[in-house]
Design a protein around this ligand. Structure first.
Ligand SMILES: [Zn+2]
Length: 83
């Protein structure tokens, strides 16, 4: 059961150790819809998450606040809710 699908992966508070200096190239332009349990799983196991659109990425790579939502994810998400 999905209690809430978040557009961001900001679920876990991490200590501010990383400054993300060399990951800016890979920062996604869009937020993707990702199931919460996958985010947790990724945080625990270090695995990549799979967005609704099929995009895979590690949770450490997050879109900047204010970034648009991935159109594919949004379409799929709306389709899921329409039932
Ligand atoms: Zn997406």
């Amino acid at each position: 059961m999905i209690d809430r699908v978040s557009t961001s992966t900001k679920t876990i508070e991490r200590p501010k150790v990383q400054e993300n200096l060399d990951t800016s190239n890979d920062t996604p332009k869009f937020f993707h819809y990702v199931k919460k349990d996958q985010i947790i799983d990724s945080a625990v196991n270090g695995r990549v998450v799979v967005a609704l659109c099929g995009e895979t990425f590690p949770v450490t790579k997050q879109a900047k606040p204010g970034s648009p939502v991935c159109p594919d994810c949004e379409r799929i998400y709306r389709g899921l809710r329409k039932k």
